[in-house]
Ligand binder design. Structure first.
Ligand code: ASP
Length: 602
């Protein structure tokens, strides 16, 4: 028997017990003629005491960090207790030890605060995984997994696996493809999601399906994306939006309780997509704090009148002017406001500048555009922004889309600076009533905002059927009836992150065909790509809808981290590489031959 206990287990009550432990050498400290060794395993650390005789043996054959050893000995009370670890009251008086395996000197320290940089830790991820913080993340991930399975099982869901070698499922990214040796010249696509399969399962009558499943999307990787990631993928039959919202806010609340012991009893807030964009500049607002966006160049007629009287070209010529009132910052110094100006000018934000008004506590106003606005105009401005004494009003002006995104980023940035985004506070939000279509300038046509299987709102179905999708005047696409069609779709947002999204689906062949046509697909193309689904809809497809949650992201947020990578055992880097196994990599000539593939690298 290698061990009777783990390294995290022994306490004062075990004193005098004969035990065996096995684990990795964390530290070695020699004190005169005796040696202390911290032995580590998954469960904790236990101090070992090597007496004089054993120390002499160690001198002849030294142990090193990360050696794997087994010891036999007696538990004894420590004179010098360590209150920082659960086993800190005891140590093992070692009588025998055995080296089970040596270790090369690890390239970084296996400690909570390691000296290893990101790249090194990824190359030796198997060592990085020995560290406590990473281990905690993986344990949290498993807790979320268990809670999910429990809740869905209790609610009658069945876990059904769907294939990985399939045909394209459009979720807005490129497919990863796999050549078929047995069918030369043909390729499988890896699923961007199990979307079509879960819908087919509804046709088959499995009215509550789920799967915790890998999805694959070949897209340029931002910091928080991975080419393969995990979804909690769900689908239900005979449901309307309300059924889905209730079932799945139930799931997230259950996970909160099980994993974080948080009683999230209040109802989940709901917001239309339009309100989200209007009041927060973004469709996944963080509602832990207020600081709503003020839209100054819209229907705010009084403000427009004020603007006309001034000669500030930046404002007068801008398509959009938006502002936020940041509390308690009216005393910002020149240096601090300059910093903000630089911040919005960074390429990621892309604004030309930032205007501001300080609403001083004594009631006076000071702006960065005093030249153009007199005091009463400034007062008007501040009152349009509902500002209070002590506020710093930050104003951006420019093109609609960029400016709105910038103010949303600035809102989050200021909240971070003010500590308003508290890690231990959780605020859920449903965003509803998304547009069904988005206009794609490049191809001058409509693309699906969610995916092509999403149903329009019942009241908009006729609008879709009765109108030609063709956009005759690209400048006026906003006037096309399709731009007004709302989707029967919903996103769940947690602390400013989209953690899940789904929709009620189209379940009739003719409407689905109409949808494909609206997206510019010919009848033949639709049949070639999705004939199986269209065909299935002819055999009694029930009304259905579903949702998928980003599992990695949900874990990261619950673990208080920005990065999903920390919650994935073997993640890829930003170029999509696994630097540990060195993938992707070239393959043998022979393999290429078998696949009848010739490379023509540009
Ligand atoms: N398949 C969708 C996605 O991956 C989720 C859904 O509509 O259920 O985003």
């Amino acid at each position: 028997m290698y061990r009777t206990h783990t390294c995290g287990e022994l306490r004062l009550k075990d004193v005098n017990k004969e035990v065996r432990l096995a684990g990795w050498v964390q530290t070695i400290r020699k004190f005169g003629s005796i040696t202390f060794i911290d032995l580590r395993d998954r469960y904790g650390i236990t101090q070992l005491l090597f007496n004089e005789k054993l120390t002499e043996e160690l001198d002849k054959n030294p142990l090193g960090r990360e050696f794997v050893v087994q010891v036999k000995g007696t538990v004894s009370e420590r004179s010098n207790k360590n209150p920082n670890i659960p086993t800190g009251d005891i140590e093992i008086n070692v009588s025998e030890y055995r080296v089970l395996n040596k270790s090369a000197v690890p390239p970084f320290t296996i400690q909570d605060d390691t000296d290893g940089g990101d790249d090194l830790r990824m190359k030796y991820r198997f060592l990085d995984l020995r560290r406590n913080p990473v281990k905690k993340n993986l344990e949290l991930r498993y807790a979320v997994n268990r809670a999910t399975r429990n809740y869905l099982y209790e609610n009658g869901f069945v876990d059904i696996e769907t294939p990985f070698l399939i045909k394209s499922t459009p979720e807005g990214a490129r497919d990863f493809v796999v050549p078929s040796r047995m069918n030369p010249g043909e390729f499988y696509a890896l699923p961007q999601s199990p979307q079509t399969f879960k819908q087919l399962l509804m046709v088959s009558g499995y009215d509550r399906y789920y799967q915790i499943v890998k999805c694959f999307r070949d897209e340029d990787l931002r910091a928080d994306r991975q080419p393969e990631f995990t979804q909690i993928d769900c689908e239900m039959s005979f449901v309307e939006q309300e059924d889905i919202l209730q079932m799945f806010e139930g799931l997230i609340k259950y996970i909160f309780k099980e994993v974080k012991n948080i009683d999230y009893t209040e109802p989940v807030e709901r917001m239309s997509w339009e309100d989200a964009m209007w009041n927060y500049g973004n469709d996944k607002p963080d509602i832990r704090f207020d600081m709503k966006v003020k839209n100054l160049k819209s229907e705010n007629k009084i403000f427009l009148e004020t603007l006309k009287q001034t000669e500030f070209a930046v404002f007068n010529e801008a398509e959009t002017i938006v502002a936020i009132s940041v509390p308690g910052c009216s005393d910002y110094s020149r240096k601090q406001t300059d910093e903000l100006v630089e911040w919005v000018k960074r390429p990621q934000i892309g604004m030309k500048g930032l205007a501001f008004i300080k609403v001083n506590n004594d009631g006076t106003l000071k702006s960065s555009f005093d030249k153009f606005f007199n005091e009463s105009q400034l007062k008007d401005f501040a009152s349009f922004c509902d500002s209070k004494p002590g506020d710093l009003i930050l104003i951006l002006a420019g093109k609609e889309e960029r400016t709105r995104k910038a103010i949303s980023d600035l809102r989050l940035y200021m909240a971070d600076r003010l500590g308003l985004r508290k890690a231990d506070e959780y605020k859920l939000l449903w965003v509803l009533d998304f547009p069904l279509f988005e206009y794609d300038e490049e191809s001058n046509r409509w693309v699906a905002r969610h995916h092509p299987f999403t149903s329009p709102k019942p009241e908009d179905i006729q609008v879709m059927i009765n109108n030609n999708p063709l956009i005759e005047n690209s400048e006026k696409y906003l006037e096309h009836p399709y731009s007004k069609i709302k989707a029967n779709a919903y996103d769940m947002v947690l602390n400013g992150n989209e953690i899940g999204g789904g929709s009620i689906r189209i379940f009739q062949r003719d409407l689905q065909e109409k949808m494909f046509a609206a997206l510019g697909m010919s009848k033949e193309e639709a049949q070639h790509k999705f004939g199986f689904l269209l065909g299935a809809f002819e055999y009694g497809a029930p009304p259905h809808g579903g949702i998928a949650f980003g599992f990695d992201r949900l874990c990261a947020i619950l673990g208080g981290s920005e990065s999903i990578r920390d919650f994935i055992a073997f993640p890829k880097n930003n170029s999509g590489r696994d630097v540990m196994i060195d993938a992707p990599s070239t393959i043998d000539e022979k393999q290429l031959d078998e696949l009848q593939i010739k490379l023509d690298l540009k």
